[in-house]
Design a binder for this molecule. Structure first.
Ligand SMILES: [Zn+2]
Length: 318
């Protein structure tokens, strides 16, 4: 069992303080966005922010909650975030327990009825999803963006939410989403071509937390992680030892650190492999649960996926 007590208490306290803030802030929402004319959209993750940007362009006013390097599994909303939520006409969340600490607040805002709240991954067909941690009441792996075909379904859900919230710009959302979906189809083919360069026996991704299950399923990798899928659980010494044995037995050439997770556990695996008289390289940094800086190549979903696959192909000897 992992010690969740203190975390649960702080979670309850943060929800209570957010509720108090919401009660006092209720009066000021709504009117501003009507004056400005543009739909006020909040996306929780940078992946979703990018989808909104690609589909809506300048037609909406967009705020993205979780910036580069921020771990959505453990993020707790600030009072500033609450003010951002209050101003929104439409909140697009990821769902499927990715933003575990935000779910209750977003549900409460959705229940009030004046802001449309959609959790996109909750609307994907469970039959297409990988299982996760049913014993913690989180049955499905939320990291769906790592399969471009699944992410295309999310793009369609975001498009439909934008149209439902802002019918006047329907033509723009439809036209831009068609272009973007074609771009994603080309990206999917590009990734498959790149992965084909890696010898089959080397197609194994070892990372800090289990964010790449869909990448493995879609593009033909075995995926092993030090930590369970959610970063809320701590990696154990036994986890590190098990992965060290696997790296040695399978002659894994490289293992990967992630942008939203401390490199500590992956470095511990590397050190343990070295202590056993073998070597494994650090293959570079993968963007796991957040995109890069907005004005950098990894600031878009397409750029991030390209970076990750290129990093993996290079490190595994493609
Ligand atoms: Zn994750």
């Amino acid at each position: 069992m992992r010690p969740l007590c203190s975390r649960s208490v702080s979670r309850v306290l943060s929800v209570v303080s957010l509720l108090i803030f919401m009660l006092t802030a209720c009066g000021m929402q709504g009117a501003q966005s009507e004056e400005r004319g543009k739909l006020e959209v909040v996306a929780t993750t940078s992946h979703l922010g990018d989808v909104v940007r690609q589909i809506a362009g300048d037609s909406v006013s967009l705020a993205t909650l979780l910036g580069p390097g921020i771990d959505p599994h453990t993020y707790v909303a600030t009072e500033g975030d609450l003010r951002t939520f209050q101003r929104a006409d439409l909140i697009i969340a990821h769902g499927r327990d990715l933003e575990a600490q935000l779910a209750r607040v977003l549900n409460q805002i959705g229940d009030r009825g004046s802001t449309m709240v959609i959790a996109v991954a909750d609307r994907l067909d469970p039959a297409q999803l990988l299982s996760w941690e049913p014993e913690r009441n989180m049955p499905f792996d939320p990291h769906v963006w790592n399969d471009v075909q699944l992410w295309k379904q999310v793009v369609i859900l975001v498009r439909d939410a934008l149209i439902a919230a802002d019918a006047a710009n329907t033509e723009t959302y439809q036209r831009r989403s068609e272009t973007y979906l074609a771009e994603l189809e080309a990206l999917d083919r590009e990734l498959r071509t790149a992965v084909a360069q890696i010898p089959p026996e080397r197609r194994i991704i070892v990372t800090a937390h289990d964010a790449f299950g869909y990448l493995g399923r879609a593009y033909g990798f075995e995926v092993e992680a030090v930590q369970g899928i959610s970063t809320e659980a701590e990696a154990s010494t036994a986890d590190i030892q098990a992965l060290t044995r696997l790296v040695i037995e399978r002659r894994v050439p490289a293992i990967f650190v992630e942008t939203t997770i401390s490199p500590r556990t992956i470095e511990a695996v590397q050190a343990a492999v070295r202590a056993a008289g073998r070597e494994v390289a650090l293959g570079g940094e993968l963007y796991s649960d957040a995109l890069g800086e907005l004005d950098s190549p990894t600031g878009t979903y397409v750029g991030m996926m390209r970076h990750n696959i290129t990093t993996i192909v290079t490190a595994l000897g493609g």
